[in-house]
Design a protein around this ligand. Structure first.
Ligand SMILES: Cc1cc2nc3c(=O)[nH]c(=O)nc-3n(C[C@H](O)[C@H](O)[C@H](O)COP(=O)(O)OP(=O)(O)OC[C@H]3O[C@@H](n4cnc5c(N)ncnc54)[C@H](O)[C@@H]3O)c2cc1C
Length: 678
């Protein structure tokens, strides 16, 4: 083989061939490389790699456990989605007559081993390229590769990350520090969003990439690890060490259905995107986005975005094709040729939230992971905590404050029950079990879980963020940690500690027939009253006996109780609970046309999280009964009760906004054979 020029492309969260700046450049520009070796590195600090050890070997790397909770950092759901995405890119590259190898080890170890393996045959690497990622660990990885390259006199190039909706070079921010601390302020500087994204790049044509090195060049996997040969082997080795995330995992309820049954990879990401545009999911998004159950209430594109299987600007480009009537395949779709609509606008708004979280990471660096969050003062060292007066409870007696109440061992018990989805708070438990089994839970549920954990339980929010890192298919360092900070009151929510979600009220609002909680917490399935489904301890003795719940921990020892009156006389003199119906953002039956501040649909909840008294209320599928109770002659203890019954027929509600209707219409996404734009 003649001495060609070899480029090693370290593929990171860029698991796609279309709109890939590196591949596009290699396919179209005069670069001088004769050979291209794409390598996906499984970094042992983020992904547990002991499954790849040869027999009787020991790993040179510590286990990939999280810092605070000691959870596996990449749990089985994401590991699987990742494996599928890697394999999908491998197949796409093979179609382009290239390929992809997977190697286990730290980035610098992998590059060193490739250099060493080539030395013997007087070949060498001429350049190493990778896409820049601006988060703390990823920057460390970049530095490590850069150092190895400098030592070996190899060109090293970091490519700009182009996975933003609005490219970070186009935002007008001169410096990351100029990013406003309030999202709305930033959003206003970027509107109208429709015009801002850059065009996406086409997929390279077959044979346009530099040749894949012949097998004889392929650098072997460095011992003590072995490289996977087949997909099944790969998936098995990746998942096997992390299969047991919990000592007492929740049982899978046999009739619960995943809201995220989608496989990873660029081609599946595109199937999903085409489906959403074709079937009206994008056009209806604003009305359905706060759903909890079903396939299409939200886009479920987050996993593909997180691994770079699909980019935000590609999504934008498909929306433009719908809005401007440019793609005949969308000819019969809702919103075709009618310009930007409330749904497509709201999707862009969320994609800007994603950008904003990424820009926050750039601005705040390691403060993303600190207990004191963005709000805590800046310190020189990554490990030093910023001053912040909030006291968090810890399960670790080495870090818990002296005299912590409850003590660390009790917090450990509460934490376990939170992870298992056994707190007794229906909405939280359903979401946690759904997350455990499927790797996904809706944005509405995530907000409630994070708020419950950090604000009702007051436990160090990083346990929650780490658990999400482990369990979410769509884990993204910026979106996860910045959202946890936001909801926990240490991040960029201007309302901070004052915004508390009441998970019982939220369940009444968003799970208004109890379908979600009943599906994932089958123990409470047969309880009739919704308030009992949402908090089993409120059920009557008779029901508890009837449904075998008398000894259930959710009843005997719920980790937190919220006294939420339903259709009963208020108990105390506190502010009455008021049902705010109408155009508030996040209303399941409509919502305002202009999205509010937080892209998570953070409808303003009660500043008082625990309405121990107030109006009773009763909901059913097609009617809402308001009962107003007024105590206005207290000394005579005379209560005058007005009962106003308002029947809202479902026929008055647009069918498009009913999750059930949507669910019935599209039980499964069709497998479209469309490919990314060529
Ligand atoms: C505590 C907490 C943790 C979260 N962790 C993650 C995470 O690790 N990865 C992740 O992608 N999202 C995270 N989110 C944001 C949001 O919940 C998910 O993006 C969304 O639920 C994914 O489902 P979807 O693709 O159907 O979203 P859609 O509602 O269809 O939204 C479209 C896209 O917009 C982006 N988006 C929407 N909401 C947000 C948001 N609040 N912040 C940033 N981007 C957003 C996502 O890329 C999403 O795919 C988190 C939110 C909370 C409250």
């Amino acid at each position: 083989m003649s001495r060609g020029k070899l480029l090693v492309y370290l593929v990171r969260r860029d698991l796609r061939v279309a709109d890939n700046p590196i591949l596009h450049h290699l396919a179209t520009a005069d670069h001088g490389f004769s050979h291209l070796l794409p390598v996906f590195v499984l970094p042992p600090h983020q992904i547990e790699v002991s499954g790849f050890l040869a027999e009787n070997e020991e790993s040179p790397y510590p286990p990939a456990l999280s810092k605070v909770g000691k959870f596996w950092r990449c749990g089985p759901n994401r590991a699987k989605f990742l494996a599928e995405s890697i394999w999908d890119m491998k197949k796409s590259l093979e179609t382009l007559e290239s390929g992809l190898v997977v190697r286990v080890g730290s980035f610098d170890d992998v590059v060193t081993s490739i250099i060493d393996s080539l030395k013997d045959s007087s070949r060498s690497i001429d350049a190493v390229w990778m896409t820049e990622e601006k988060s703390f660990e990823e920057e460390e990885d970049q530095k490590a590769v850069s150092n190895v390259c400098t030592l070996n006199r190899i060109d090293f190039k970091l490519w700009a990350d182009e996975k933003y909706f609005i490219d970070d070079h186009d935002t007008g921010l001169k410096h990351p520090q100029d990013l406003p601390d309030i999202f709305t302020t930033y959003r206003k500087t970027q509107e109208p969003l429709l015009k801002r994204p850059r065009p996406s790049l086409p997929c390279p044509k077959a044979t346009s990439l530099p040749a894949f090195p012949p097998l004889t060049w392929a650098p072997p996997q460095k011992s003590p690890f072995v490289a996977p040969n087949t997909y099944d082997d790969f998936e098995y080795r990746l998942l096997q060490p992390v299969e047991n995330m919990l000592a007492k995992p929740p049982v899978y309820p046999h009739d619960a259905r995943s809201s995220h049954p989608f496989l990873g990879g660029e081609s599946n990401g595109w199937s999903r995107l085409f489906h959403l545009v074709k079937n009206g999911g994008m056009a209806q998004y604003q009305d359905t986005r706060n759903g909890l159950i079903g396939l299409d209430f939200s886009t479920k594109l987050s996993g593909y975005l997180a691994l770079g299987c699909v980019t935000a600007r590609q999504i934008h480009a498909e929306l433009v094709k719908l809005e401007n009537g440019l793609e005949p395949a969308y000819g019969k779709s809702l919103g075709f040729g009618m310009g930007e609509n409330e749904g497509t606008k709201a999707v862009r708004f969320e994609l800007l939230w994603r950008d904003y979280m990424r820009l926050c990471t750039m601005k705040f660096g390691y403060r993303l992971f600190r207990l004191s969050g963005f709000k805590g003062e800046q310190k020189e060292s990554a490990n030093a905590e910023g001053k912040y007066d909030k006291k968090w409870k810890s399960a670790d007696d080495k870090v818990a404050a002296e005299g912590q109440d409850p003590p660390p061992e009790q917090i450990k018990n509460i934490l376990d029950r939170f992870l298992e989805g056994n707190t007794g708070m229906g909405l939280i438990d359903a979401s946690q079990r759904e997350l455990y089994h499927t790797g996904y839970t809706s944005n509405r549920a995530r907000q409630n879980v994070a708020s419950f954990f950090s604000k009702h339980l007051g436990i160090d929010w990083r346990y929650g963020a780490e658990w999400y890192e482990a369990m979410l298919i769509d884990y993204d360092v910026s979106s996860n940690w910045a959202n946890w900070q936001y909801v926990s009151g240490v991040g960029n929510d201007p309302r901070g500690d004052a915004r508390i979600f009441n998970p019982v009220k939220q369940a009444f609002d968003y799970d208004n027939n109890g379908e979600f909680v009943r599906a994932w917490v089958p123990e409470v399935k047969h309880l009739e009253k919704l308030e009992n489904v949402f908090q089993a301890w409120t059920a009557d003795e008779e029901d508890l006996v009837k449904f075998g719940l008398t000894d259930d921990l959710m009843v005997t020892d719920p980790v937190h109780k919220i006294e939420f009156m339903v259709d009963r006389k208020p108990r105390g003199p506190r502010r009455p609970y008021r049902w705010k119906r109408g155009p508030g953002r996040g209303s399941r039956r409509g919502g305002s046309s202009a999205p509010a501040d937080h892209g998570d649909g953070a409808e303003e909840d009660h500043s008082s999280p625990i309405p121990t008294d107030g109006e009773g209320q009763y909901y059913s599928n097609d009617s809402i009964l308001f009962t107003l109770t007024l105590n206005f002659i207290p000394n005579l203890n005379l209560t005058l009760t007005f009962t106003l019954t308002l029947i809202l027929m479902l026929s008055l509600i647009p069918p498009s906004s009913s999750q059930d209707t949507l669910h019935l219409r599209t039980p499964h996404p069709p497998t479209l054979q469309l490919r990314p734009p060529a």
